[in-house]
Design a protein around this ligand. Structure first.
Ligand code: ATP
Length: 254
């Protein structure tokens, strides 16, 4: 069974059709990239999957569960986490505190046990800290774990956002432009981390990305959009070589 299935999705803002009849599916363990020029509809698809926008038509399911019946705050319980194009973190909190917030969907004890700080609460807190340590190691973030997010360079803040999404132990990770604003060295690090997330954690990744270097290095498949419609789906090389895709990027016609 596919992990994510999007069928005939359409969504408009007033008179603007942001996406029209978009269908695609993502297989378990895949890194799937969504590419396309500015305004193609990439973020709109992400926002529909994470239930920020309500589509006008179509369906979305994750591992057989229909998503459109869920509220945005229930999506993480299904095993889906995301990052945003503009980093959204608690700026005045430390890296570690931001990651603890990322564990909130995994908190199972109630307020009564927390009030009395029972053995169960202590065991749960240890488990959360262990998971966070694993993620800090995976993304090589140990050296700035106690720093305030506001004091970090842009690349490190992007890592914190990625780490926070991983704290929810997702099965599907939605990444909105993971390489935007990164320098070439940071982009290379990001490509290794995303491969590790796929291979070591077994997480399925769907990413919107403009950096074709990163897409070419790590994506198993990609889908190109323009004007809200799917132009091509396939290997990165096939999609880049597609005449419709080239015309969309160069502004011509086929
Ligand atoms: N909240 C909104 N209100 C009105 N129009 C919107 C809104 N969000 C997106 N749009 C419009 O929908 C279309 C698709 O936008 P979207 O942000 O999904 O494109 P994108 O491919 O993610 O672009 P970019 O690469 O620039 O982020 C554009 O015409 C955009 O102006």
């Amino acid at each position: 069974m596919s992990d994510l299935v999007v069928e005939n999705l359409s969504l408009s803002f007033g008179g603007v059709m942001a996406i029209k009849d978009v269908s695609f599916s993502v297989e378990p363990g895949e890194i799937y990239a969504i590419i396309g020029p500015n305004g193609a509809g990439k973020s709109t698809i992400f926002n529909a999957i994470s239930r920020i926008y309500r589509p006008d038509a179509g369906s979305i399911s994750f591992r057989g569960q229909p998503l459109l019946e869920r509220k945005a705050n229930q999506i993480v319980d299904l095993g889906i986490a995301r990052t945003f194009q503009n980093i959204e973190l608690f700026e005045n909190a430390t890296v570690l505190d931001n990651l603890l917030v990322g564990r909130s969907s995994k908190v199972r004890t109630g307020w009564v046990s927390e009030w009395f700080f029972t053995r169960r609460v202590r065991a749960e807190e240890h488990a959360h800290r262990r998971k966070i340590e694993e993620i800090l190691d995976l993304l090589d973030m140990q050296h700035y774990r106690y720093e305030k997010v506001a004091d970090l360079a842009y690349g490190a803040r992007k890592n914190v956002e990625l780490a926070r999404a991983l704290c929810a132990e997702p099965q599907l990770l939605l990444l909105d432009e993971p390489a935007s604003g990164l320098n070439p060295e940071e982009t290379t690090d990001m490509s290794f981390w995303l491969k590790d997330i796929k291979e070591e954690l077994g997480v399925t990744v769907v990413m919107v990305e403009h950096d074709m270097n990163l897409v070419g290095r790590i994506a198993d498949r990609c889908m190109a959009l323009a004007n809200g419609q799917v132009l091509a789906v396939g290997s990165v090389a096939d999609v880049q070589g597609d005449a419709h895709v080239q015309a969309a990027y160069l502004g011509g016609t086929v």
